[in-house]
Design a protein around this ligand. Structure first.
Ligand SMILES: [Zn+2]
Length: 148
C-alpha cells in the first residue's frame, strides 16, 4: 500500500494508544493487515521509475498534510514515531536498493518473501480504481476517527 494509509493508521493508533510499546506493535501489525487487502501501489513492474517517484512524492505530501491537520499538536511527536513504526516494513526495503544481498540474510529473506510475495498481489491484475479504493477508504476512516 501507499504510505498514507499505513502511516495514518499508525497515527490513529498513536492517538488512541498512549503506551509506546503496544502502540508500536499494533502499528507494525497493522502494516501486514493492510498489505493483505488487495490494492495497487506501483506503476509498472518496479518501484524505481519516474512515475512511482512522482506518485510517492505526492503520497508523502498528502500524508504530511493530513497528519498535520488531524493530529493534535501535543501528540505529533509521538504520532510521528508510531506512524513510522507502521511503515517500518516498507522502510526495510530501502537498504536493499543499495545492497540487494540484504534479502539473502536469514529472517530478512523469509520476512521479505512473506511481505511482498505472499501478502501482496504483484501480478497487476487490479485496476487503479479498485486498487486505490480501499486505501482512500482507510484514509477517510482515519480522518473521521481522529478529527470528527
Ligand atoms: Zn508493505
Amino acid at each position: 500500500m501507499l504510505v498514507a494509509p499505513h502511516f495514518l493508521i499508525g497515527t490513529a493508533i498513536a492517538v488512541y494508544a498512549p503506551e509506546a510499546g503496544p502502540a508500536a506493535l499494533a502499528a507494525i501489525t497493522s502494516h501486514f493487515v493492510l498489505d493483505s487487502i488487495p490494492h495497487r501501489d506501483t506503476i509498472g513492474t518496479t518501484h524505481i521509475n519516474l512515475g512511482n517517484i512522482v506518485m510517492e512524492i505526492f503520497d508523502i505530501t498528502i500524508t504530511a498534510l493530513i497528519f498535520w491537520w488531524i493530529v493534535p499538536a501535543h501528540l505529533r511527536g509521538y504520532a510521528l514515531l508510531v506512524g513510522g513504526a507502521a511503515i517500518l516494513p516498507d522502510l526495510l526495503a530501502i537498504p536493499s536498493w543499495f545492497w540487494p544481498q540484504l534479502y539473502r540474510l536469514p529472517v530478512i529473506n523469509q520476512l521479505h518473501s512473506w511481505h511482498v510475495d505472499y501478502l501482496q498481489d504483484r501480478n497487476g491484475s487490479l485496476n487503479w480504481f479498485w486498487g486505490l479504493l480501499p486505501q482512500v477508504l482507510i484514509i477517510l476512516a482515519v480522518i473521521w476517527l481522529i478529527k470528527f
